[in-house]
Design a protein around this ligand. Structure first.
Ligand code: GSH
Length: 289
């Protein structure tokens, strides 16, 4: 059982740092902390992000669209350093009042459209180009169901398991047990689904796969939360492993994971930017990316 006890006061107050990694950027209020305009490039899509799993969803879809020949999907990707508080600058808050990456400005139409929440960005772009989302009612419903499943469950993996297992100031048995159990259950949900179909929504690779892959793939290959892959025995989920390997091999996905990434491109403004990288980075997935 838990080895720490705590009696909450009648009214919670923000009077001390919570401790742990990222404590300095956590606060209980929304809104901008400082004035800072966002930079602007030449393309019709301006993405402001970072290569966390949620950020990679957007860059993977952009690179997959470009890989599929959708030249209108050219984009500028600017770095938002969440450790430095860039997400609280006035320009960023203007396109995402929730102050979290990724956020997109779509300038393809008569007026600018802001899109925030990684799932909304995936839907916005896939529907616009009619790609990576099935068009028949049954396939679309399956795709949206798995997309929303991922969006709803990511906080239990990242904010729950990842936080208490890797980032909290000390290890607490109760929350680690609770969220390890839930994370393993989610792996099992995906594993059972992937035992019956190649991808989450069926035979085709869709935005539901992009959303789930960035989270499950990072843990599966041992790139997230220290030794979480061993702790959670993820090798048991063999169908998830097969699916992660298949998606790892996609050139668009490989490029997308390297954008806004300190081991890849800090910023991305053209396809030629990838030529500046070590070719080995583009040939395969490295553990740290
Ligand atoms: N539900 C959001 C979550 C985004 C999110 O949690 N972003 C994190 C990085 S992965 C972030 O920007 N954190 C900064 C902060 O919390 O201040 C989405 O999927 O877009």
């Amino acid at each position: 059982m838990a080895d720490e006890t705590y009696t909450p006061p009648k009214v919670w107050a923000w009077d001390q740092p919570s401790g742990g990694q990222f404590a300095s950027i956590n606060r209980p209020i929304a809104g901008a902390t400082h004035d800072k305009e966002l930079p602007h490039g030449e393309h019709k899509y301006q993405l402001h992000s970072l290569a966390t799993p949620n950020g990679q969803k957007a860059t993977i879809l952009f690179e997959e669209l470009l890989e599929a020949g959708v030249t209108e999907a050219e984009y500028d990707a600017w770095l938002i350093n969440i450790g430095e508080g860039d997400q609280f600058g006035s320009g960023f808050v203007g396109i995402n009042p929730n102050s979290k990456i990724p956020a997109l400005l779509d300038l393809t139409g008569p007026e600018p459209i802001r899109v925030f929440e990684s799932g909304a960005i995936l839907l916005h772009l896939s529907e616009k180009y009619g790609m990576f989302i099935p068009t028949d009612a049954k396939g679309r419903a399956e795709c949206l169901s798995w997309l929303m499943w991922q969006m709803g469950s990511a906080p239990f993996i990242g904010g729950g398991f990842g936080h208490f297992y890797a980032y909290a100031p000390f290890k607490m048995e109760y929350p680690i047990n609770r969220y390890a159990m839930e994370t393993k259950r989610l792996f099992d949900v995906a594993n059972r689904r992937l035992a019956e179909s190649a991808y989450l929504a069926g035979d085709q690779f869709t935005i539901a796969d992009i959303a789930a892959y960035v989270w499950l793939g990072a843990i599966h290959r041992g790139a997230a939360y220290g030794d979480a892959a061993t702790f959670l025995s993820v090798h048991e989920y063999e169908h998830v492993g097969r699916w992660v390997s298949a998606i790892d091999a996609r050139p668009g996905t490989r490029r997308g994971r390297l954008v806004n990434n300190r081991t890849g491109l800090i910023e991305r403004h053209s396809a030629a930017d990838f030529d500046t990288l070590d070719p080995d980075l583009l040939k395969g997935i490295t553990k740290g990316s």
